[in-house]
Write a protein that binds this ligand. Structure first.
Ligand code: F6P
Length: 491
């Protein structure tokens, strides 16, 4: 708030994302609120609570469309409202084409390079264009000033920055791409590569998690657009407009607000062990994600199997508790991912499990943030084996939950978080044997080493919080606005 007041005086903040921070679901006669399993929401919600403004998102809950539930503007969070949620309603057809189709069957596998074939259909593209326009219209309708700060989130809205720029030329548009950006060979597969690049270059600043993804973007613009690439300043000049391309590694709130509602480590452990019937002698590993093929869930089950084969002394002494929120279930690739993981868990349990003990407990349901943090506190080890991930905030949340200073993190080298959390045990998730060895090493690690590693990781996350992420982008935006003012005044 102070930063906005001092550096961006009077600036109006508008956020645009597909996922909304509070999902309003109808339950009998009432409405229940759900907080979605979304790294983007985990990251942005505390920023909006601090800054205020308007968050424009798809109204995705099951609240009755014909009643008062369908209010376009809702003050949130419900207990202490401090910003406005502006919901945009989408038809089945729009959602199928824009969200399930182009965004999640096209851009998602394209950018993650996990060898799930991207599907590009002309009719999905048409919906993607139409929904981007619908959200751009919402931005224009909400904007009270000619030069708002518009924070555009993710691969659902690649075209929106240009659409807003055309109508609000003075706006400061900061677009953040939460997933990886592939190299030009891969990106070039997209039949609408030029339109995607041109749309994004309507932004004043385009942010990625890592420098690597920025370079991939610059190379893609260089290859497919008539543009001037200024590598020294990491900028693209196209159609008379300059876009800065910068890395902003995303993070979390420190400490996460939800931690206040979570019991201490010993109690979390006792409750989790009792709930799952675990013997006190068992060591507990946890995994927490959406049931997404990018997360490598079945691979980690195979790693547990390999571990039990190669180090049979862990039989009866290690359980992996995997919670996975079902997601994007209309798509076959997601249903197949869930079925594959369930089959792998069953196989490992059938091979090694007994009446008293199972090596893998798979709980396929959504967990609220407090439940997730309690699981992190209960665990000896957290496994993050994404096959490719922009950042992965689960890794940072695990570290934040461990204010007892203990716990081991195993982290995929293909998650952006591995650039910062260097004291995790870094693994290649495609190498099941190496993952099995990392689990063995993590569980056998002396307590002093666990604590030393955790201390450094906690320092890292505490230093680069979500507020720093937002502040760095807003400061860059403020600098651009000041430069523009100087140019205008002295032209
Ligand atoms: O971080 C990538 C992302 O797609 C976010 O945009 C999104 O909120 C999250 O993963 C969860 O996906 P979805 O919103 O499709 O459930």
């Amino acid at each position: 708030r102070g930063l906005l007041r001092d550096e961006l005086p009077g600036a109006e903040v508008l956020v645009v994302s597909n996922r909304e921070p509070y999902i309003h679901n109808r339950d009998g006669d009432g409405i229940v609120l759900q907080r979605p399993a979304s790294g983007l929401v985990t990251a942005l919600e505390p920023v909006m609570r601090a800054c205020g403004g308007t968050w424009i998102a798809h109204g995705s809950g099951s609240a009755d469309p014909d009643t008062v539930d369908r209010d376009d503007h809702v003050a949130v969070p419900p207990d202490a409202p401090c910003y406005t949620l502006r919901r945009v309603w989408l038809s089945e057809e729009e959602q199928n084409g824009y969200y399930y189709g182009f965004a999640n069957e096209g851009m998602w596998p394209l950018c993650h390079i996990v060898f799930v074939r991207p599907v590009f259909r002309a009719e999905d593209w048409d919906q993607y264009v139409a929904v981007n326009r619908k959200f751009a219209d919402a931005v224009i309708a909400e904007a009270r000033t000619p030069d708002p700060v518009v924070l555009v989130q993710d691969y659902h809205f690649a075209l929106l920055p240009r659409m807003v720029r055309d109508r609000l030329p003075e706006a400061t548009i900061i677009t953040f791409w939460h997933i990886p950006w592939p190299n030009p060979e891969v990106f070039g597969i997209c039949p609408w590569r030029k339109q995607i690049l041109d749309g994004l270059l309507g932004s004043s600043i385009l942010g990625f998690h890592t420098q690597f993804h920025c370079l991939n973007f610059l190379d893609s613009a260089d290859r497919f657009l008539e543009s001037r690439i200024d590598r020294e300043h990491s900028a693209v000049r196209s159609g008379g407009h300059t876009t800065l391309v910068r890395p902003y590694p995303i993070s979390i709130e420190w400490p996460p607000a939800a931690l206040a509602g979570v019991a201490a480590v010993e109690e979390c452990r006792a409750q989790t062990f009792a709930r799952h019937g675990l013997a006190p002698s068992v060591r507990l590993a946890v995994g927490v994600e959406r049931f997404d093929y990018t997360k490598g869930i079945a691979d980690r089950f195979r790693a547990v199997e390999t571990l039990l084969d190669s180090h049979p002394d862990w039989i009866g002494r290690l359980t992996l508790l995997q919670v996975a929120a079902p997601t994007r279930g209309r798509l076959a690739a997601y249903r197949d991912t869930q079925a594959e993981a369930e089959a792998a868990a069953e196989r490992v349990n059938a091979r090694f499990g007994t009446a008293e003990w199972q090596p893998i407990l798979l709980v396929a349901r959504h967990h609220e943030p407090e439940e997730v943090l309690a699981l992190f506190r209960a665990a000896d080890l957290c496994l993050v084996s994404s096959l490719h991930d922009g950042m992965n905030l689960v890794a940072k949340e695990f570290v934040a939950a461990r204010d007892d200073g203990d716990g081991v993190l195993i982290l995929s080298t293909f998650a952006g978080a591995s650039r910062e959390l260097r004291e995790a045990l870094i693994v290649n998730p495609y190498d099941v044997v190496a993952m099995a060895e990392a689990i063995h090493r993590g569980l056998s690690m002396p307590v002093e080493q666990r604590r030393d590693r955790m201390r450094l990781m906690r320092e890292m996350v505490a230093e680069n919080t979500i507020y720093f992420w937002a502040a760095r982008m807003l400061l860059d935006a403020a600098r651009l606005r000041k430069r523009r003012a100087i140019e205008r005044n002295f032209a």
